[in-house]
Design a protein around this ligand. Structure first.
Ligand code: HEC
Length: 483
């Protein structure tokens, strides 16, 4: 290998740049200024090896790459960068390098693109995808009634009914008005675990209101009601946030998933609504997983019922935009998925009263490749770290992000080897992922298919097939040899 320019020279010329300000610099520029010389302008390698090949001499995991960059290998011509790059900048570089690796890998991998009635192969099963409910607009969630009817929410605020296999033209009447701009909409529809006896249907949606200043604001709200004569009747509010926690209408990060545990508690997720600091603020419902009795009363054993000022329905906090939430009845575990920023999508195992870190501890960085920063209560702006004592690390961190949208446990009989696996759907990456769980860890991950549309949900149907919600329809996966 050609001997690179002496590290000493590089160091002296660059120290000025570091001293220039505590401001974090653009990571692409850092790479171009400090690394491209040796590692190649397009990561192709040069006097030094390519950093995008996925082949590592000193280890490719987060900690190893960070160490390589900070300490360097001066004997081998790799300068140490710890005097020049801040911790946050180094972290941003590691994320950026990992994005290149994944991009390269994906160029060489092919994924199944199942189309109607064509057989596709996954690791454990050959399957077919077939359309069951066409003619939908951005379906968000599906619920199967014991009498064979099906309810589907559409983001645009309509609750649709499928009867005798046919999508009814008229949406269910008397569903509350819903804010539908931006990420707002009608979200989850879930049946009470004892629906057969009590008929309760739970809905999560972006509730539109006027703020005290007269601005249009919205916040995630949970209600329940009965379906009677094509209308949602007997409506009761299960959770409504105080008006001052509502954020601009048509905004971001509503969460909006609902799940029940064995004892009949209702859990639901609310995103931080775009003000990330709120995720750490126990007086606000934003950026939290909540737990209530099925009728909305606060359980006496919730973690913050005795904390002065705290919202008593909070079960866990430090969440960004949790759009997946599922209780696994077989293991008594509560699983959550949430959207990170750039990188830092998470699968979390939710436990009572714990802090899941956002925005203080995250693997993600900002969309402009700058580190995440947040405002301390003192008014000081602080860069995020990747891990912190007292904050739960994710079970899985997806960096680069896949835009994970849902989590469900497969409980059917049609694919016996999938039983107990967690299926995560994704929007931007358009992936269906199967995760094998063991003792609160993920022991294997498979991308079942990719690239047939933004995937909002994947959930077991009463027939044992796996229903997937695509942008314009609901389809189901059945074994290839099924009739
Ligand atoms: C003067 C040339 C030079 C510059 C500039 C340089 N590197 Fe390196 N880098 C090397 C060489 C040579 C190696 C191989 C070291 C070895 O073989 O042990 C290396 C190795 C590495 C490794 C370890 C790779 C592995 O296989 O484990 C990483 C990570 C890395 N560099 C990142 C960076 C980053 C990020 C920058 C910019 C901040 C940078 N390097 C700038 C020369 C350079």
């Amino acid at each position: 290998m050609r001997i690179p320019r002496p590290a000493v020279f590089l160091l002296s010329s660059l120290l000025t740049a570091a001293a220039a300000g505590a401001q974090t610099r653009d990571v692409k520029k850092i790479y171009g200024d400090f690394c491209a010389n040796c590692h190649g302008a397009s990561f192709e390698g040069g006097s030094a090896p390519s950093l995008a090949a996925g082949v590592w001499k000193h280890g490719g995991d987060e900690a190893s790459v960070t160490r390589s960059i900070r300490d360097g290998y001066p004997q081998a011509g790799m300068p140490p960068w710890n005097a020049i790059l801040s911790g946050a900048e180094t972290h941003a570089l590691v994320v950026y390098i990992h994005e290149q690796v994944v991009a390269r890998e994906r160029q060489h991998l092919t994924f199944a693109h199942p189309a109607d009635n064509l057989t596709a192969q996954s690791e454990l099963y050959a399957y077919r995808l077939e359309t069951v409910i066409p003619g939908l607009q951005e379906p968000w969630s599906i619920a199967f009634l014991p009498d064979g009817r099906t309810l589907v929410t559409e983001k645009k605020g309509t609750l649709r009914l499928v009867e005798n296999g046919r999508l009814q033209e008229k949406p269910v009447a008397d569903v509350p008005a819903v804010d539908t701009g931006g990420q707002a909409g009608l979200f989850d529809v879930v049946l009470h675990p004892d629906f057969a006896h009590n008929g309760w249907i739970y809905l999560a949606f972006a509730d539109p209101k006027k703020s005290a200043e007269g601005r249009n604001v919205a916040m995630t709200k949970i209600i329940r009601g009965h379906l009677r004569d094509g209308a949602l009747v007997d409506q009761q509010t299960i959770f409504q946030a105080p008006l001052e926690t509502y954020r601009p209408a048509g905004g971001i990060h509503f969460g909006g998933r609902i799940t029940f545990d064995r004892q009949g508690h209702v859990f639901f997720s609310i995103g931080e609504r775009g003000t990330k600091e709120n995720a750490q603020d126990l007086t606000r419902p934003n950026g939290k997983i909540h737990r209530l009795q099925d009728d909305g009363r606060v359980p006496a054993d919730n973690p913050f019922v005795n904390t002065p000022g705290a919202d008593p329905s909070i079960w866990s906090y430090g969440h960004r935009n949790p759009q997946g939430l599922v209780y696994d009845a077989a293991t008594n575990e509560l699983w959550e998925t949430e959207h990170g920023p750039r990188g830092g999508d998470e699968l979390n195992l939710i436990r009572k009263g714990l802090n899941y870190g956002w925005p203080v501890a995250t693997e993600g960085i900002d969309y402009d490749l700058k580190p995440i920063t947040y405002m301390e209560p003192s008014g000081q702006r602080t860069p995020a770290v990747t891990t912190k004592d007292g904050m739960e690390p994710a079970v899985i961190d997806w960096t680069p992000s896949i835009a994970v949208s849902s989590a469900n446990i497969y409980t059917g009989d049609l694919f016996p080897k999938w039983k107990g696996n967690l299926f995560a759907a994704s929007l931007a990456a358009q992936e269906l992922r199967r995760l094998e769980l063991k003792d609160g860890k993920v022991v294997h991950q498979e991308i079942i298919f990719k690239g047939i549309g933004r995937l909002r949900d994947a959930i077991t149907g009463p027939d044992g097939s796996l229903y997937v919600l695509l942008p314009d329809r609901v389809s189901r996966m059945i074994p290839a040899d099924a009739k």
